[in-house]
Write a protein that binds this ligand. Sequence first.
Ligand code: ADP
Ligand code: ZN
Length: 522
Amino acid sequence: PRETGRQQMQEARTLLKKYFGYDDFRPGQEKLIAGILQGRDILGILPTGGGKSLCYQIPALMLQGLTLVISPLISLMKDQVDTLRELGIAAEKIDAQTDLDRYHEIMAAARSGQLKLLYIAPERLGQEGFLRALKQLDLGLVAIDEAHCVSQWGHDFRPSYRQIAASLADLKPRPVFAALTATATAQVQKDIVSGLSLEDPLIYVADFDRPNLYFNVLAPANRKKTLLSLLADGQCAIVYCATRRTVEDVCDYLNNQGVATVPYHAGLPAQDREANQEAFINDRVQVTVATNAFGMGIDKPDVRRVIHYNIPKNMESYYQEAGRAGRDGAPAEAVLFFHAADIMTNLFLISQSYEPDARRKLNAMLGYVYTGTCLRQYLLHYFQPDREKTGPCGHCAICDGRIQTSDVTQKAQMVLSCVIRMGQRYGTSLIIDVLRGANTNRIRTEGFNHLSTYGLLAKSSKGEVRDIMTLLAAEGYLAVVGEDYPVLKVTEKSRALLQGKVQLSMNRPFKERTNQVELATE
Ligand code: ADP
Ligand code: ZN
């Protein structure tokens, strides 16, 4: 079997090159694919952008029969199916938009063995007719994307994921189950194994760390000028912006300043996008300015810098985009521009959409901007909270002292006590007003001017108190809850801070920071 194992992996590598154009598997992909080909269930935990889809797409091409892919997001399904079809791989999806004729066509193709991959949403498994049809198929592999949705501990719990195992339990012969996710806590791992009834799975947890990346957060007074000086060393870079308009604006600016730059966003005609991408990959231009549409399917290993001109909406997007720097393992830099107005826009959009999960994720992202501790530690702790705590990394802007930090433990304690004294029923603005000793009607009527915490932070600016509260929320010392409007409550964790058992430090993003790192040029 070892010999056939090696042959199979050789074939897998051939297919990787033939269909996807890549020379090597990423760490993890190889182990997980080998596991599947040996007929073992697998659980793969890889960061976003780590290449989870190939882990089942390659085996799907090699195994007998159909691969069923269960995915929670219609947009994700569409992207994947489109990409696979462009590569000449027989893939289909069934979703709410699929009409009955099309549905029968797809199922017929599946029965005839023409189809290699079939994507469905988990809810589909609740339909008797579909399950009956499924039982007549030769099913080699069931891949469950975003497998953490089965866990109630995760933040994206989907009840329909709980039904997957039962719905597919009496398939004969039993297909191999491949579960994939980017959520890396031990609890979620356990839930996935039991919730999906994986049998003695091969588990691979990728190390989320990217040691060659230097992390930096800047708060430039003039973003364009700072950007220009960052790019002055001529090294190849991607600049991510939040909107198409900003992309065009920044791109024009750089070209006017003599930096060869191309734009990339979904509003450009396909042939322009392709040409721009081509120019960047072949080093005919130094910089791509892009929205988050750029990156899908792009593998340029020697990008030296990824600069975020606007703050991304969550850490997952940030780490995925920043991770496009330094794929070759050589030193590279990930810079995040912090811009107060940007943050207000984000907070506003999120308060409008009122999606608690989006708010939680944005808070974590803001925490990265505000944290006074090692940026790498902060990132890794977010993605791998069970990871053994290592010391500060020595290779980020906080560790090497480029970012000034200050101890805010005492002020944070004042904020927490004030939240408690006010009864944990109010939002940020009122708490700030009480802490700063504002003399308003509301405060007098509620009697908050008699609290011992009233006016404790009279000398701090509104912005500073808000920053501290954002940091507290981001680090889990304050919970943002509430039905109609966000209310702040203290958490289990707050006690240690109130008792002075932990310290809290914060960076000072509102002061201009234009610290720069020189990347080694050879
Ligand atoms: P995930 O699902 O883990 O977020 P994807 O499967 O979408 O990640 O892959 C992210 C990107 O990495 C895709 O553009 C994909 O083509 C690319 N990729 C995957 N595997 C490899 C590899 N072995 N070599 C180079 N690029 C790869
Ligand atoms: Zn560090």
